[in-house]
Design a binder for this molecule. Structure first.
Ligand code: COA
Ligand code: AMP
Length: 644
């Protein structure tokens, strides 16, 4: 008998327009689309060009209207504060209507951008949905980024407002957000009109400090650059009128999410409203098997795509309960933290990054802490963000007694490209593989010349155009960069930037990136951006940053620097200063801690640094030396440093 996966997959390839128009019926439209695909500007495609809807209505209002207002939409569980709070769908809707009213009163409307710089607090979700309610466009920035990265995003997205709070809580310290926002505003060329601040107890800086300096016309330490108005969230909300939803075109942007490219300039991935809602609703049912009454706990951060899709939009579009967990997998207080959350909130589906599982395993190798909790509600564990190594996968499966489903995707696609679609049919699992292409994605593996390679042979993983709904429409304000970065490499295909192979059974194996993007603890980072920061040091003549294999974090960034002639600096001091430079330019999330001084870097005759060869050498793998190498003797010195 033909499997249901197979028949659904084939239908999605045979008649994609019919397939996705049918899937669109799961969404509430103001004007239902009659056309599925607009290919008039190929290779730029748009889905559902004649549809109109509002995403916040689909995430909230319609569940309330269907009589599910009392069902729990959101559980906020803070291991950092030892607190928890639940919001029913009706309560969350009220908060969102009110904050949409706050934004509307500041003049924000359809198409305006709002930067959201918030940690894992409910206000992050409220601000995202309130922005969507007005037809405005949010851009959430992860709290681990430094002011300079925030400024780069402000200059690219050109927001009318920034929504933030007093700060975030890391196990070892409190991160003050207000000085960071003020510094970013001072660095940015773009003028932001309003900063709205949710007050959190326990932080040094308050919004009044910034409001006060503004009112008195005095120069606050960091906020002199622009005449920004700082507001207290609660004070504005107390006076606000709830705002109704604005109906927008399906093709209107819902959000911009910046992700690392190979250069220092982040890429603003644009997601639209209509196809996003359709794709996520489809994925909740068919990939995760989550619907009304189910509880999903995605242990990521709202600042990443996984947080956007499966902490915020996916579970709410599906009418399920989402758990917003402010804490770490270990140390808050121990490696049983996730299992405690599963027990306390009767979680059915848990989604996390392999790094988190490795951290838990390292702290609790026997999985003994699992036995302290009742995790009988748990049906499935999903992992993504980086390769799930077979050992960790096996360990988690044995410890939890549930299927462990690896799935592969990226910020650009917004939802899984390859997965084991358990909601459709659970296919046999193969360790090391995220299973099979998801319906809608025609995945192929090509060699450098663009020719398909046979099963089992590694090459460039590409997706035949058009991409399915829910994937990126373009890069913000830069169609040309979108085309050049993804669509112009292999004609007719989207290039994922990952390399891997399909086996005889059509299972995909993703082996690593083909570019200089690295993945540290499931966080995607650009080595190019780190090199830019390192190169600013006055003693550094040139440098290379590569991702070296790390047993916990997947990869860790390692910097190799050549000093300027006559540079007079000790290696320990240099290391300290370079680590501080990267931290202040990119942020602590870069996790840049390794620096080594070398005599020279291996290069081709045209001056390209051989980063791949360096990475292979550092990982202890067999390394390839291109015939175009300028001076092979450089490798001998390097080998002594890389493999001491
Ligand atoms: N705000 C400010 N700083 C942050 C931050 C945030 N939101 N998140 C992380 N950082 C900081 C950390 O405090 C740390 O700073 P330090 O160098 O001063 O200690 C640095 O960034 C690196 O943090 P992290 O990557 O969390 O490493 P760690 O060694 O502190 O913890 C793990 C290791 C495995 C516990 C942690 O990386 C983890 O939870 N990983 C899972 C990540 C994940 O879910 N990714 C999924 C994305 S889809
Ligand atoms: P991000 O855009 O931050 O989600 O990172 C996407 C990148 O992470 C992908 O292009 C892959 O390189 C890697 N990645 C994500 N999920 C997986 C997975 N399941 N297996 C292997 N690599 C993955």
């Amino acid at each position: 008998m033909e499997s249901s996966y197979q028949s659904v997959y084939e239908a999605s390839c045979r008649e994609p327009e019919r397939f996705w128009l049918q899937a669109a019926a799961a969404v509430d439209w103001d004007v239902a689309p009659r056309q599925a695909l607009d290919d008039s500007a190929a290779p730029l495609y748009r889905w559902f060009p004649d549809g109109m809807l509002n995403t916040s209505v689909n995430a909230l209002d319609r569940h309330v209207a269907a009589g599910r207002g009392d069902a729990t939409a959101l559980v906020y569980d803070s291991a950092m504060l030892g607190t928890r709070r639940s919001y029913s769908y009706a309560e969350l809707l009220r908060e969102v209507e009110l904050f949409a009213g706050v934004l509307a009163a500041r003049g924000i409307g359809r198409g305006d951008r709002v930067v959201i710089y918030l940690p894992m607090v409910p206000e992050a979700i409220v601000a995202m949905l309130a922005t969507a309610r007005l037809g405005a466009v949010h851009s959430v920035v992860f709290g681990g980024f430094a002011p300079r990265e925030l400024a780069a995003r402000i200059d690219d997205a050109r927001p009318a407002a920034i929504v933030t709070c007093s700060g975030g809580i890391e196990p070892s310290r409190r991160i003050e957000y207000l000085p960071a926002v003020a510094e970013a505003l001072a660095l940015a060329g773009h003028r932001v009109s309003d900063v709205i601040v949710k007050a959190r107890a326990g932080f040094q800086h308050t919004v009044d400090e910034y409001r006060g300096s503004q009112a008195a016309g005095t120069a606050h330490a960091d906020s002199t650059a622009h005449a920004v108005q700082w507001h207290d969230w609660d004070r504005l909300a107390a006076e606000a009128e709830p705002a109704g939803p604005v109906s927008v075109a399906a093709t209107d942007p819902l959000y911009i999410l910046y992700t690392s490219g190979t250069t220092g300039a982040p890429k603003g991935v644009v997601r639209d409203n209509g196809s996003h809602a359709v794709a996520l609703a489809w994925s909740m049912k068919h990939i995760y098997d989550v619907g009304p009454g189910d509880v999903m706990f995605t242990a990521s951060d709202v600042g990443w795509v996984v947080g956007h899709s499966y902490i915020v939009y996916g579970p709410l579009l599906a009418g399920a309960t989402t758990v917003l967990y402010e804490g770490k997998p270990v140390g808050t207080p121990d490696a049983g933290a996730f299992w405690r959350v599963v027990q306390d909130h009767k979680v059915n589906v848990l989604f996390t990054a392999p790094t988190a599982l490795r951290a838990i395993r390292r702290a609790d190798p026997e999985g003994a802490l699992v036995k302290d909790y009742d995790i009988s509600s748990l049906r499935t564990l999903f992992a993504a963000g980086e390769r799930l190594d077979p050992e960790t996968c096996q360990w988690a499966g044995a410890a939890l007694g549930v299927p462990v489903i690896d799935h592969w995707w990226q910020t650009e696609t917004g939802w899984a490209i390859a997965a084991n679609p358990v909601g459709l049919e659970q296919l046999p699992l193969k360790p090391g593989s995220p299973s099979v292409p998801v319906p809608g994605y025609q995945v192929m593996v090509l060699d450098g010349a663009g020719e398909p390679v046979p099963a089992g042979v590694e090459g460039n993983i590409v997706i035949k155009l058009p991409l399915p709904p829910g994937t990126l429409a373009t890069l913000w304000g830069n169609d040309e960069r979108f085309i050049q970065s993804y669509l112009a490499i292999f004609d007719g295909y989207y290039t994922t930037g990952d390399s891997g192979y399909l086996d005889e059974d059509g299972y995909l194996f993703v082996m690593g990136r083909t570019d200089d993007v690295i993945n540290v603890s499931g966080h995607r980072l650009s080595t190019g951006a780190m090199e830019q920061a390192v190169a600013m040091h006055p003693s550094v003549a040139e440098c290379a940053v590569i991702g070296v294999a790390d047993p916990l974090k997947g990869q860790r960034p390692s910097g190799y620097v050549v000093l300027k002639q006559g540079a007079d600096i000790g290696e320990a001091q240099l290391r300290q200063e370079l680590v501080a430079l990267v931290r202040s330019h990119i942020g602590p999330v870069a996790d840049f801690k390794d620096v080594q001084v070398v005599q020279a870097l291996p290069k081709t005759r045209s001056g390209k640094i051989l980063r791949k060869t360096m990475r292979q050498m550092a990982d202890g793998d067999e390394y390839s030396v291109p015939s175009t190498i300028e001076d092979p003797s450089v490798l001998e010195d390097l080998l002594r440093v890389l493999r001491p």
